[in-house]
Every structure is written in structure tokens, then in C-alpha cells.
Design a protein around this ligand. Structure first.
Ligand code: PEP
Length: 256
């Protein structure tokens, strides 16, 4: 397990204006100036990157929510990992359930992962089952996601991979969502490590596993302490500067 814990904010398609984005980012920047032991990543919509890059901070790295699996060329509407790396982006979320629900397959995600890693980006690969069944078929579902998304990924690059376990049934926008518990996260993180160690051997210790799904200021500590994870992926609550920084501070106090 790597020592620095990781808190990632996924802004999704928010906020509506650049002014709001700058304000949100600036408040977080100010609040985290004292943070030393927690790695912080914020993934805004592409359109705000330019402005946010100008807000000086050594504490927050910029990430994105998707990156195309090619370099340059006739791919209308896409932004490539090379472009993002050249711009100064360091992380990309890939395989988020909201993109999967728009038709992205494990094979598509695999292509994007290879391209992002080749470009030098770190990849936050989202996996997670849509529902839980009595027969525990969801373990195999996550195993298949991991195996198919990571086909052909070299052992040498594993330190650039973060796995975000995001059970879709616990994500804030899922209709009739349910709370996941730290025990759910722990069980899955053990399973994910087993799948990854079968694939990458001892190198698995370089892969951080984080939890995401309606994390808030009340349950962040429990997930970090008891969920078997190295950090959190925060969606809705990352749009609230006060609550998001509270989660970062909780993480900081738990970091040894
Ligand atoms: C997400 O969808 O990546 C996420 C973590 O969302 P939320 O925290 O809003 O459930």
C-alpha cells in the first residue's frame, strides 16, 4: 500500500459557469494550503481546465473525466490523452459508470487506458456492479471489468493505475440508491487486490484502490479507516467546497 492517501473530486458536468468553477476551486485551494499528507485531485469539465490551471496551488492536481484512446486526427468531439498531458493534466478517470451507461465497453476503456498510460497520465479506472445479487455474481462482474479493461497493460505501468470501486447502486444519482458500507468496500477491495495480484504479481502493492459512491463528511472516516482503501472518489459532495475540504481534512488526520 502506498503511504499517501488520495482524495479525488469528480465534478461531472458541473458547475454551469466558469466563474462558479473558479470560485469553487479557489475556496478549496485556500482551505487545503495546510494539507501535507493527502494527495488531492480535482476533475472538472475540460472547458474549465485553462482557468483553473492559472489558480496557483501545489496541493491540487488537475484530472479529467475521460480521455480518448488515440493521439491526433479526425475524431470529432474527442480530446486525446497526449493533448491532456501536454496541457498539464496528470490524471484521467476512465470507465466511469455514467460513461459505461452511454455505451462504453470494457474494450473501449482498455484502449483508452493504454493510450493514457502511454501518454504519461495516471488512470483512475472505475469498476463496480450495478446491483448486488444473493449469489454474489457481482464479484465475477467486477473481475471481468478488471480483466477486460486491463488486458495488455504492462506490469511496469501499474503504479500509474488507481482502481476506484464504485458500486453503481450506491452512487448519488442512482434512482433508489442504497448506502454502501465500509464492510462492502473492504470485502471488494480484498477481492480486487486478489484479481490484480493474479495478473500483476507483487506489483499489485503499487496499485491504489479507492472507494466512491455518495461519500460524505459523515461516512468518509469510516470508509478510510475500515473500507480497506487508499482514498476516496467524491462526486456530488466535491461541488461543496466546505464539505469536500472537510473530507480532505479527515483524510489528513488519518494519514500517518
Ligand atoms: C461518482 O459518480 O464518481 C461519484 C463518486 O458520485 P457520488 O459521490 O455523487 O455518488
Amino acid at each position: 500500500m502506498q503511504s499517501k492517501k488520495l482524495i479525488i473530486g469528480n465534478w461531472k458536468m458541473n458547475p454551469l459557469t466558469a466563474k462558479e468553477a473558479e470560485k469553487l476551486f479557489s475556496v478549496v485551494v485556500k482551505e487545503v494550503s495546510v494539507i501535507k499528507k493527502t494527495e488531492i485531485v480535482i476533475c472538472p469539465p475540460y472547458i474549465y481546465l485553462e482557468k483553473l490551471k492559472k489558480i496557483r496551488t501545489s496541493k491540487i492536481k488537475l484530472g479529467v473525466q475521460d480521455a480518448f484512446g488515440g493521439d491526433v486526427g479526425a475524431f470529432t468531439g474527442e480530446v486525446s490523452a497526449d493533448m491532456l498531458d501536454n496541457f498539464g493534466v496528470r490524471y484521467t478517470i476512465l470507465g466511469h459508470s455514467e460513461r459505461r451507461s452511454m455505451g462504453e465497453s470494457n474494450a473501449d476503456i482498455n484502449k483508452k487506458i493504454k493510450s493514457a498510460l502511454t501518454s504519461g497520465l495516471s488512470v483512475i479506472l472505475c469498476v463496480g456492479e450495478n446491483t448486488r445479487d444473493q449469489d454474489h455474481g457481482y464479484f465475477n462482474f467486477v473481475k471481468t471489468q478488471l480483466e477486460e479493461c486491463l488486458v495488455g497493460v504492462s506490469k511496469n505501468l501499474v503504479s500509474k493505475i488507481i482502481i476506484a470501486y464504485e458500486p453503481v447502486w450506491a452512487i448519488s444519482t442512482t434512482v433508489d440508491r442504497k448506502d454502501a458500507t465500509a464492510a462492502d468496500s473492504l470485502e471488494m477491495s480484498i477481492f480486487i487486490k486478489k484479481v490484480l495480484s493474479d495478473k500483476f504479481g507483487g506489483e499489485v502493492s503499487k496499485i491504489r484502490i479507492i472507494y466512491g459512491g455518495s461519500v460524505n463528511t459523515k461516512d468518509a472516516e469510516d470508509f478510510l479507516k475500515n473500507g480497506g482503501v487508499d482514498g476516496l472518489l467524491v462526486g456530488r459532495v466535491s461541488l461543496d467546497a466546505k464539505k469536500f475540504t472537510e473530507i480532505i481534512k479527515i483524510c489528513e488526520t488519518l494519514n500517518k
